[in-house]
Design a protein around this ligand. Structure first.
Ligand SMILES: NC(=O)c1ccc[n+]([C@@H]2O[C@H](COP(=O)([O-])OP(=O)(O)OC[C@H]3O[C@@H](n4cnc5c(N)ncnc54)[C@H](O)[C@@H]3O)[C@@H](O)[C@H]2O)c1
Length: 305
């Protein structure tokens, strides 16, 4: 049985990865529980409550076949407020794990980067050759982690691969977290009979991708041998405006309310969606259309998931 370490395994994406991998692998989760999580680990999965920056983390990595590194400080806003905390978690944490990997004999190290590395798109759809120009400490720290991963591949022969997810959503995003994504925020408002609040005119577009599709890409990469040292976009390739999103969510709850509009947020990117041609070459096919993914959230948001 392959031994798989999932950092951040109590988080939104990490927990779905645990669900997927634990039936056929020996899974260990490394998480410092800095984010609130209602997730209950399946039987047989070990939880190590520690930090990716610790020596415990290094030792754990060196003792596994596959490492899936999702743990991170994930908020753009928080990174703007405290860039040092962001870099310490995301850069030093990643480097610490890579050092553990250098001491071991890993089959694969899968790093979660972010579409935030691209900054304001110069062209659409954004492919992997698009210039990287992060607009926040978060984007910079994610890119730095990515660079370390590809450098460790080139210099030490480590089998690293990086993914750049676009806007991930799922029922497991924490609605009480002030930094949660727009889908979770709209859902929370509409479920309380309150209209969605849009910053700006709502014409800005995003590529919303279900956590289940992200998991499928990770599954493909965990068995892949031909793309070490490379980077992949993971999105849907479909753009949705924020106003369309608000309408879809109100439809789901059978509500028709006037959306509240506020001043645009400083530094908000206007349009973003992915070119996923490269991911398709390794077999990736997004399966969850946005309407279906939103329904999954509304079905589960009032139950203990
Ligand atoms: N959510 C998105 O829209 C999105 C988009 C692009 C990329 N990503 C990336 O995907 C990954 C997973 O995102 P998510 O939405 O599941 O995040 P999440 O916040 O739900 O989960 C992250 C988990 O990591 C843990 N963690 C944080 N810092 C840690 C540390 N120093 N040591 C140990 N554990 C720590 C947290 O407790 C949490 O359980 C992240 O790397 C994020 O940067 C997310």
């Amino acid at each position: 049985m392959r031994k798989i370490l999932i950092t951040g395994g109590m988080g939104q994406v990490g927990s779905y990865l645990v669900d997927k991998f634990h039936s056929h692998s020996q899974v260990t989760v490394l998480d410092n529980l800095s984010s609130r999580s209602k997730y209950v680990l399946p039987e047989g999965v070990d939880l190590v409550k520690d930090d990716i920056r610790s020596s415990v983390a290094q030792d754990l990595v060196s003792d596994h076949d596959i490492v899936i590194h999702t743990a991170a400080q994930i908020s753009v806003k928080k990174s703007m407020e405290d860039p040092l905390f962001d870099a310490d978690n995301n850069v030093f944490g990643t480097l610490n794990l890579l050092e553990g990997a250098r001491k071991g004999d890993l089959e694969k190290f899968i790093y979660f980067s972010s579409a935030a590395v691209y900054g304001n798109p110069e062209y659409l759809a954004v492919d992997e050759k698009h210039p990287v120009n992060p607009m926040s400490p978060y984007g910079a720290s994610k890119l730095c982690g990515e660079k370390y991963c590809t450098m460790y591949h080139d210099a030490y022969g480590l089998p690293t691969v990086c993914i750049r997810p676009f806007n991930i959503y799922s029922p497991r995003q924490d609605p009480s977290n002030p930094y949660s994504g727009v889908i979770t925020k709209f859902m929370e408002r509409v479920s309380q009979d309150l209209p969605p609040i849009i910053f700006g005119d709502g014409g800005q577009t995003r590529d919303f991708v279900s956590a289940h599709d992200i998991v499928n890409m990770v599954m493909l990469l965990s068995d892949d041998r031909d793309h070490n040292g490379e980077v992949f976009n993971v999105g849907t390739g479909v753009k949705t405006s924020v106003i369309e999103l608000a309408d879809m969510i109100m439809d789901l709850f059978d509500l028709d309310m006037d959306i509240e509009f506020r001043d645009p947020m400083q530094g908000d990117i206007r349009d973003s969606y992915s070119d996923i041609s490269k991911a398709k070459k390794v077999g990736y096919r997004p399966q969850i259309e946005l309407k279906r993914g939103l329904k999954e959230i509304s079905d589960t948001m009032f139950t203990a998931d």
